[in-house]
Ligand binder design. Structure first.
Ligand code: ZN
Length: 144
């Protein structure tokens, strides 16, 4: 099966994210500094502000402002992966966050989310390079 690749487990990293750091950029930085090319990512914690993206499948563009919030929320789940885009590690993360009433919102995590407290686990995977390239149908950078 062409779309199925097999990997072995590599290093496992656990990091405490800095107060008021950018959630996506901090996780990206870890992957670049440690040269984690492929892996899965899981994070929990809380954010002081949250910025989400939503990909409009008709216009093939991300909508950011509609899902931009500016309030404290719990990170219920933030999960994703790291693969290679433009020759370097690239993190793709989605997040679900809850407000004080437990009401959740979620979406594609973009830069602009401020960490209040964050605990992240990154599991490196070893094997064939997993490379993102432009996809004709979706106009997204998908795995080759
Ligand atoms: Zn996404």
């Amino acid at each position: 099966m062409k779309n199925l690749k097999q990997y072995e487990q590599g290093r496992t990293f656990i990091a405490k994210l800095k107060y008021q750091s950018d959630l996506l950029e901090e996780i990206n930085k870890i992957c670049i500094n440690e040269n984690i090319k492929t892996g899965w990512i899981n994070a929990i914690g809380a954010v002081s502000s949250l910025k989400l993206g939503f990909y409009n499948q008709e216009t093939k563009e991300y909508i950011y402002t509609t899902y931009a919030y500016d309030e404290a929320m719990e990170i219920v789940s933030c999960a994703g992966n790291v693969s290679i885009k433009d020759g370097k590690p690239f993190c793709h993360l989605h997040i679900t966050a809850a407000d004080k009433k437990g009401k959740c919102i979620g979406g594609h995590l973009v830069a602009g989310t401020a960490v209040f407290a964050g605990e992240v686990i990154i599991q490196e995977l070893l094997g064939e390079d997993l490379i993102r390239e432009p996809d004709g149908e979706t106009k997204l950078f998908l795995w080759k």
